[in-house]
Design a binder for this molecule. Structure first.
Ligand code: PLP
Length: 385
């Protein structure tokens, strides 16, 4: 098999040995890769605080490992909070990064000791003031130009810079500490220049607040967006580091605020391989050139990010030899359960039913997105190496 560039043949041997013990479908996660990715990010952005976005892969082993490595955590719900607290992580190492939250959930976070809250609207800010008095708040702004992102997060989150200025000054009135500005340039962001535009907006907000209201913000939360290794190539992390550091330097120079990152995909994506089995190979007519290959994983048990073919995973099988075009689909009775139809994947002509199909770099946004009982299929299982 042609292995993806980021997997050595020694790694693959070790991986196969473990994978052969389990029945498909399952995700196999290599914790060494998570460790390496974390340490690489920490070395690259040695000036930044790292807050792991738990939703990317909430496995206990991942939380525990990252907690031991000194990571902080970006938390989106009371459930994630309870889980991460359960691993002994101090609430001072957590932020409530979801801008969409119930007042009662804010109260719960506060009661558990969390003092950092993201917001992007006045009603939410007022809820924070009422239920988490005196806390630090950071205001999330909208970013444009998420075309380079394979999984955009635009529109739903963030407010425009003008509103961010108003919210920061309202935060002071409400007795909160307006701590900084956050943004997320879109997940799997291949266009590094969008950080430049986002950082420039942050600078504008910092200056407006200081010059007009004497409010000094202290922090920039640059979100996630760092890449995993899919079909479409991205720059290396070092290039992200160089470019983004330069943007920060140009805009903030000697007056650098505290910098936070919230990686999800880039820490866990490459650590996972989803192992599936071919359920059926068929053709729609006797002369059809393409084979339909149905696997026991699909959109509903791990591969939801193939929606609109947004994320294109690298795929492999145990066969060598001549390849031909396939349409890849999942096992459920929903016609939406097709992973790739427009992008033409090729798989070996020798592929047969019960053979295994490997989906590389599937450590992020697979288990956590898996449905619980659609057509009776259970949630995607996960094992760790
Ligand atoms: C999902 C999410 C992240 C992680 O983004 P990646 O692109 O997976 O690194 C970071 N911050 C927030 C607020 C998020 O919602």
């Amino acid at each position: 098999m042609q292995l993806p560039e980021h997997i050595s043949s020694a790694q693959w041997q070790r991986f196969k040995k473990a994978a052969d013990q389990y029945e498909t479908p399952f995700l196999l996660l290599d914790l060494d890769v998570v460790r390496n990715k974390y340490q690489e990010l920490e070395r690259s952005f040695d000036y930044a605080g790292i807050y792991y976005a738990v939703k990317a892969n909430p496995a206990g082993e991942v939380i525990q490992l990252l907690a031991e490595l000194g990571s902080n955590f970006d938390i989106a719900s009371t459930y994630e909070l309870d889980k991460v607290l359960g691993f002994g992580v101090e609430p001072q190492r957590m932020s409530f990064g979801n801008t969409i939250k119930k007042a009662s959930d804010i109260a719960y976070f506060y009661q558990q000791g969390v003092r950092m809250y993201a917001t992007d609207s006045e009603p939410d800010l007022r809820n924070i003031a009422a239920n988490a008095p005196g806390s630090k708040v950071y205001i999330r702004i909208l970013t444009e130009g998420s075309e380079g992102a394979d999984w955009p997060l635009s529109r739903k989150f963030g407010c425009n810079p003008e509103m961010a200025v108003e919210l920061a000054s309202l935060a002071v009135e409400l007795g909160l500490e307006p701590w900084g500005i956050s943004f997320h340039v879109g997940s799997q962001q291949r266009d590094i220049d969008v950080w430049d535009a986002a950082i420039a907006k942050v600078k504008f907000i910092f200056e407006r607040l200081l010059n007009e209201q004497g409010i000094q913000l202290k922090m920039i939360n640059m979100g996630g967006g760092f890449p995993a290794s899919y079909l479409q190539k991205t720059n290396e992390l070092v290039t992200y580091r160089e470019e983004i550091s330069r943007f920060l330097q140009e805009d903030f120079g000697g007056n650098m605020p505290e910098i936070l990152l919230e990686p999800g995909r880039s820490l866990v994506g490459d650590a996972g391989v989803l192992v599936s089995e071919v359920v059926l190979i068929s053709r729609k007519s006797s002369t059809a050139l393409e084979r339909w290959v149905y696997t026991d994983v699909g959109k509903f048990n791990g591969l939801i990010e193939t929606m609109d073919e947004a994320i294109k995973y690298q795929i492999g099988t145990d066969h060598e030899g001549e390849q031909g075009p396939v349409i890849l689909a999942g096992p459920t009775c929903d016609s939406m359960d097709i992973m790739y139809e427009h992008h033409k994947y090729e798989l070996p002509l020798a592929l047969e039913m019960t053979d295994r199909v490997y989906w590389f770099s599937t450590g992020a946004y697979t288990t956590s997105y898996s449905s619980i009982e659609f057509n009776g299929f259970p949630p995607l299982k996960q094992y760790v190496l």
